[in-house]
Ligand binder design. Sequence first.
Ligand SMILES: Nc1ncnc2c1ncn2[C@@H]1O[C@H](COP(=O)(O)OP(=O)(O)OP(=O)(O)O)[C@@H](O)[C@H]1O
Length: 590
Amino acid sequence: MSFYRRVLTYFRPDLRPTVVCMGLTLVANAFNLLRPWPLKYIVDKILPAAGHTPHGLTLPGIDISTWSISAVVALVCGLMVVFHLLAGGIGYVINVLTIRVGLHGLMRLRTELYAYLHSLPLKFHDQRRSADSSFRVAYDSQSVQAYYSKGFFLFQSAISLVSTFAMMWYFDWSIALLSLIAIPLMMLAIFIYAKRIRDESTTVAERESDVLTAAQEGLSSVKMVQAFGREEHEVQEFSTSARESLDANLKLNATSMRSALLVGTIIAASSAAMCYVGALHVLSGKLTIGGIWYLSSLLLMLYQPLEALTHIAWAFQAAAAGTQRCFEILDKENDVADAPDAVPITSALGEIVFENVAFGYSSAREILHDVNLRISPGETVAFVGGTGAGKSTLLSLVPRFYDPTGGSVLLDGKDLRALKKKSLRDQISIVLQDTLLFSTTIRENIAYGRPDATEEEIIEAAKRAQAHEFIMATPDGYRSQVGERGGHLSVGQRQRIGIARAFLKNAPLLILDEPTSALDPTTESAIMQTIEELMRGRTTLIITHRIATVHRVNKIVVLAKGTIAEEGKGPELVQRGGVYASLYRSANLT
Ligand SMILES: Nc1ncnc2c1ncn2[C@@H]1O[C@H](COP(=O)(O)OP(=O)(O)OP(=O)(O)O)[C@@H](O)[C@H]1O
């Protein structure tokens, strides 16, 4: 689909108001053309007649034989106000409607972009800065509205241009022809500046996005910045981004102003040429004084849209840059998408099999290789190994955050890629090292995975996660706000909320990625009890550095350099004297 047709799709639902606006434009344009006419009438008809017959003037269709001349002039001048009001009133309605339609289009693009960003795999998000994605959703998307309003303005200008030209032709065709000289010159100016303005607008959007990223990253880590006394460095980094944005904006403005100067000069030169010819025509009697008044007003009406057209052409280029940045995201292929024949899974038994699994975040480096493992329904398997061994990576293949680059992962005998992703994720609860909370109430955070849960179910889940007591001690209980990223709660409290979430979701598969490593030993052993309760009856995959926590679990898998080095029960592995045994020894458990 061409770029412009694609932009139009966001406004298709508003076709009716658009057509209404087009019709109203024709009416408003007719009144606009009439606006200078009363002055012509006064100069050509009323004033010459006034010297001879102060009374008894005949105007078409009106008997004003008894009126004074000043009353007639006042009546005709009154018409100027009437035409102005009518054109202005209709213009007001058009503006309200076009702004409405433009904003609706913006809402559609924004929502689609935001939803698509959520559907894209983590691999996509890993490779980019989240602030840049936010910038595209919040700011770049606005250019689609600019497209609509400028596009409509283009239509209005074209109508005004054609009708004004026709009127000028009617009064003096040679002056009308002369006015056309400016058009190819303006086209040339548009051609010269269009690409430059588009490129410079893209640079402005990129630099603005950098400013937002710098501000977002710096402010979201304000605690660490202050702890390390790096405020000056952060401000320096920000001011570099701000300076680059300023330079890009100044450059774009300078280009716009240069182009405006060029267009203004073309218009001034053509107007001067027409005044010259018009004056000669008055001298030779081809044109009345009122006629040259009227033509000069029409000339303004002709060049205003012409000049506007050049600005619109450049505004289009600027809007194209922003819209293109939105389309760039929408065109990204979702490589972890549902297959067309994917089937939903309603209630998994919980058998997980890794078959010759290989995976790399990029083709340059393979992180996992040759992983073969079978986990029975209801079994608990602990994954241990040195840092960077690939434990989190391996477990992130289960909810399909990533797809393996080689081999396959099976749930209950079915390749995960043959299952609907949403239904697969419904079967899995995840508790991470530091539970991420949204800045809303405790209640909503617990119910995040099951928004339809009842009050009783939420309280029951919190009780099982041993969170009820501290929740009730907060000022508003379950309605208390947790602050940004859960900042009003301690790490242990956040973790309990995460566990309550998992209890409430009640999924057959449980993934625990270092759920206690951020906690002190006392809190850890308390939380471990609730986790053990949570693990009951579910297939559990747990990653931990705390060997003591998992030494007694049914199966321990030791990962080293992206592959399974050892597998078995804790005491057996200690006996074997391999990697696990040394981990066990370094944990001072011997
Ligand atoms: N999103 C990512 N993009 C690129 N590389 C990544 C990404 N996440 C992890 N890696 C790399 O993959 C390798 C395995 O990381 P992973 O987090 O799976 O290890 P881990 O065993 O869980 O380590 P730890 O115990 O320290 O958390 C590391 O070398 C890491 O640098």
